[in-house]
Design a protein around this ligand. Structure first.
Ligand code: NAP
Length: 487
């Protein structure tokens, strides 16, 4: 009997994490996840799947990941990289197709973007080329190529843009591209198409365009605002360059320039369905309307149930936090030691540290964090706007304002790696020892500029880090009190 092993690549990304949960809920599949950093897979998930660590740029790891696989999901892109991501995307897809053929995989399922080659932006072109490379040997391997436009779901980049603009700007000056038509789709429906592609009764290559009603970005903004009970005024202007629009987006949304400009470029020309294969081959899926998908995404946010976010992964050539969990090579440090002395436990203090950032902020000197975040944002960084996925829980790889969680040892250690623009590398570590908290800011300066930066902010560190360590310990008492009340 043929094996029904399913491989999910990109399993730590926005789509991949959600697909993993969907297929685990389904319960009928043997799942293997291919990830670049196994520590990004949550323990609860890791217990139920096989994990193959590897990269599409590393052939032996690909061969291992694909052994005995029936259907392989290709949910990878290289857009975050500095070098030409189109070349990397082609190379990655080529390696994957060859390795799938060598391993005897029956079917590849790929999720790309809507759009036609003649008018596609660089990002969309790369997504189209990826599909073409994967489908280059139809006699040897079958490819189901799903093509989606804007995906609406909690934590998706497009939804974050729509939501933030609708919430923050009662009046908006809108450029021409906001009137171009596209066909958005709810993340829930994307997952249904992906899931149903495993057992689809069809044995040739198939391109399936998926989406709901035709809407412009302007219409989406208005409808999203209505769902949130807000009235918004959009004033069209004939000229507002895509570059200016992208700056506008980075100021008012958590999205960095690279993503904002890819989105704006992508919306300059129509991205609508080119075939009716979704309704023909997947008749049981009735896509949600745009407003229904906004309602669902809002509910997930309100209920603090965000499974993945656009900033979980990097698209860089290697995982952005792999091997960044050991700051012992740092040459400059700010160490604060706070003994507990008030009945706190290491576990309470750890939990208190895990609640930092996002809407709660960074305690008394939050204003300095905000200024740092603003400076980061205007110099092309993430700033504080990414916030956090959930109010309490953190997992390795989660974005936390301008940090990324590089290591978690339950009840003992939280290590954050700085992704702000810096002349060096920095970490913030909370080492929750049995009797005391040792909080350390580690820094590896880049040349003289790095050292000058560090010493120039020593007075601010003295205020901020001292308060932070003390308040993390003090608040842990309140947290353990709350836990006690609940029991
Ligand atoms: N999200 C959307 O709104 C959207 C809309 C339309 C289409 N799509 C398509 O859906 C697919 C998945 O997108 P996504 O948003 O889920 O991306 P994502 O969140 O950026 O995740 C990308 C994933 O790929 C992994 N990865 C990157 N390069 C790799 C390599 N060389 N080898 C192995 N793994 C690698 C990353 O691992 P690390 O965690 O280690 O970085 C991460 O798990 C893409 O083809 C995209 O075009 C997405």
């Amino acid at each position: 009997m043929p094996s029904k092993k399913i491989l999910i690549t990109g399993a730590t990304g926005y789509i991949g994490r959600r697909l993993t949960h969907r297929l685990l809920e389904n319960g009928s599949y043997e799942l293997r996840l291919m990830v670049r950093n196994r520590r990004k897979v949550q323990v609860a998930v890791a217990d139920e799947v096989e994990i193959a660590e590897g990269s599409t740029f590393d052939q032996p790891s690909l061969a291992k990941a694909l052994a005995e696989v029936d259907t392989a999901f290709y949910l990878i892109h290289s857009m975050g990289t500095d070098s030409d991501y189109r070349d990397l995307d082609r190379e990655s897809a080529e390696n994957f197709r060859k390795a799938c053929i060598a391993a005897g995989v029956r079917r590849i399922v790929y999720l790309g973007g809507l759009g036609v080659k003649e008018t596609a932006s660089k990002h969309l072109l790369s997504r189209i080329e990826t599909g073409e490379v994967l489908s280059a040997e139809p006699d040897k391997i079958q490819v189901i190529w799903l093509r989606a436009g804007i995906i609406i779901g909690s934590g998706s980049a497009s939804f974050e843009i729509v939501r933030n603009l609708a919430q923050k700007l009662p009046v908006m000056i809108t450029p021409r591209w906001v009137r171009t038509k596209t066909q958005p789709i709810a993340i829930r429906d994307v997952l249904s198409y992906l899931e149903k592609s495993i057992a689809l009764d069809y044995d040739k290559d198939l391109v399936v365009d998926i989406g709901t009603e035709k809407l412009s970005f302007q219409e989406m903004m208005k409808q999203a605002a209505e769902v949130m009970g807000l009235k918004r005024f959009l004033i069209p202007v004939p000229v507002l360059s895509p570059r200016l629009s992208s700056y506008w987006l980075i100021l008012f949304t958590p999205i960095p320039y690279r993503l904002a400009s890819a989105l704006v470029e992508g919306l300059k020309s129509e991205t609508v369905l080119q075939n009716d294969h979704a309704s023909k081959y997947y008749p049981s899926i009735k896509p949600l309307s745009f407003t229904e998908s906004v309602e669902k995404a809002n509910n997930a946010l309100e209920q603090n149930q965000v499974l993945s976010r656009w900033c979980d992964s990097s698209g860089e050539k290697a995982c952005d936090i792999k091997d960044f969990d050991d700051p012992s090579g740092a040459v400059l440090r700010d160490v604060r030691v706070v003994p507990y002395g008030n009945g706190e436990t290491a576990k309470d203090v750890f939990e208190s540290a895990c609640e930092l950032g996002g809407p709660k902020g960074w305690y008394k000197y939050n204003i300095f964090w905000k200024i740092r975040g603003f400076l980061d944002k205007v110099t092309g960084g993430y700033g504080l706007n990414r916030g956090r996925r959930l109010n309490r829980e953190l997992r390795v790889g989660d974005a936390l304002d301008f940090w990324k969680v590089a290591d978690i040892r339950e009840g003992k250690r939280l290590l954050l790696y700085a992704q702000m623009k810096l002349p060096g590398q920095a970490w913030l570590e909370f080492d929750c020892q049995p009797e005391q908290l040792v909080q350390t800011a580690h820094f590896i300066p880049r040349g003289i500029l790095g050292r000058a930066y560090w010493y120039s902010i020593v007075p601010i560190h003295n205020l901020v880090f001292d308060d932070l360590a003390r308040t993390v310990v003090r608040s842990s008492k309140m947290l353990s009190g709350q836990a006690g009340e609940k029991v």
